[in-house]
Design a protein around this ligand. Structure first.
Ligand SMILES: Cc1ncc(COP(=O)(O)O)c(C=O)c1O
Length: 369
């Protein structure tokens, strides 16, 4: 079976196995990680290992801090605004799909939000070229969503925002491709795609931005206060952090982020090649802006969509339904998805198209979708 869910989704089998083997007794301590106080030396060593491995995976510059937080990226849509707009309550946002829309709605509660660029008019089918952006040089930050999980659109370049810190929601492509963090003021991500269990949230922030929080910011969500306290202002999500440490170690064993990126490129290329070659399917996203990790596409004949999903499931290819905001089909190809999973999917798609190409029930008015 291959699980194409957009997150939580597939995990590397060897990581699950390791967690099972260590469930009752971590490293000869006689304790499950679940039983360890977050202030204990044992747990602190797990958290330190997670941080060190992540630093190594990213080649993180010394003036950046890793914060292990909670709430999910959705909570941080609001929290980052509280944390960064305390001195200057205006920010630029680039609107590229479902998740940047949510980020904009939340940030508006805390300051003046300007849409610097948008692809809304064309149904979020591309990343707007930077030549058309209207950036405010006085903004506290400029926010992008590096990969729109629901729309299948991804930045394949890093915007230049001058002295204004670039802030990115990297929830769905973090550790799936290389990133030069020094180009960003802050990146943040929910864990459930490529990091660990849902709920755990990573914030990586440049030290000089840790003093901009509004007074109303809750202590446990104050990035500066968390940085001073090594992310231990309150009880950490200990087991989630432990699982993330296993994932980071697994990525290192695979050869690091560059190796996984190259695999992710191969996987998505196989799928896009089939979609483009067969008129039975189509992907509306501009070729240069297509996501490596969320391949969103449609059947030219939408009346066949339900049958496609049902037959795929019978073939062991599960959770392929598109996000509610976009519809259609979505195959999420995060780090744990093997090339064999994509080959199984393309094989199924080919044979489904061959079976239904001439037998499709006709729906009117869909050809232009
Ligand atoms: C790009 C992006 N941002 C934010 C979120 C929200 O994450 P959470 O539900 O963990 O808060 C998601 C969830 O899928 C996402 O894909």
């Amino acid at each position: 079976m291959f699980n194409f869910a957009s997150g939580p989704g597939m995990w590397p089998g060897e990581v699950l196995e390791q967690a099972r083997n260590e469930w009752f007794d971590w490293d000869g301590t006689g304790m499950s990680v679940l039983e360890m106080p977050f202030t204990s030396d044992e747990f602190k060593s797990i958290a330190r290992r997670a941080r060190d491995d992540l630093q190594a995976l990213l080649g993180l510059p010394e003036n950046y801090r890793i914060l292990f937080m909670q709430g999910g990226a959705y909570a941080h849509f609001a929290l980052l605004a509280m944390n960064l707009m305390g001195k200057n309550a205006c920010a630029d946002y680039v609107q590229t799909g479902h998740w940047s829309n949510r980020a904009i709605i939340e940030a508006k509660r805390y300051g003046q939000v300007t849409i610097a660029a948008s692809s809304k008019a064309t149904g979020f089918d591309c990343i707007p070229a930077q030549s058309g952006w209207h950036l405010n040089p006085a903004a506290a930050y400029c926010h992008i969503t590096s990969n729109e999980t629901a729309n299948g659109v991804q930045f394949h370049w890093t915007p230049d925002t001058g002295a204004v810190p670039l802030v990115a929601d990297v929830t769905s492509d973090f550790l799936a491709r290389e990133i030069d963090i020094s180009r960003y003021g802050m990146v943040y991500a929910s864990a459930q795609k490529n990091i660990g269990p849902a709920g755990l949230t990573l914030v990586i922030i440049r030290e000089d931005l840790l003093d901009q929080a509004m007074d109303i910011t809750p202590a446990v969500f104050n990035y500066g206060f968390q940085a001073k306290n090594d992310s231990r202002v309150n009880t950490q999500p200990t087991y989630s952090l432990y699982l993330a440490s296993l994932i980071f170690a697994w990525i290192l064993r695979q050869g690091g982020v560059a190796t996984l990126e190259s695999l992710n490129r191969q996987k998505s290329r196989k799928l896009y090649d089939l979609i483009d070659a067969d008129d039975f399917y189509f992907c509306p996203v501009a070729e240069a802006d297509r996501s490596l990790v969320n391949v969103c596409f449609y059947l030219r004949e939408p009346a066949l969509e339900a049958r496609f999903l049902e037959n795929a499931e019978q073939a062991g290819l599960i959770h392929l339904k598109g996000h509610g905001a976009a519809g259609g089909i979505r195959a999420s190809l995060y780090n744990a998805m093997p090339v064999a999973g994509v080959e199984a999917l393309t094989g199924f798609m080919q044979s489904f198209a061959d079976t239904w190409r001439d037998r499709a029930p006709r729906t009117t008015g869909t050809a232009a979708r």
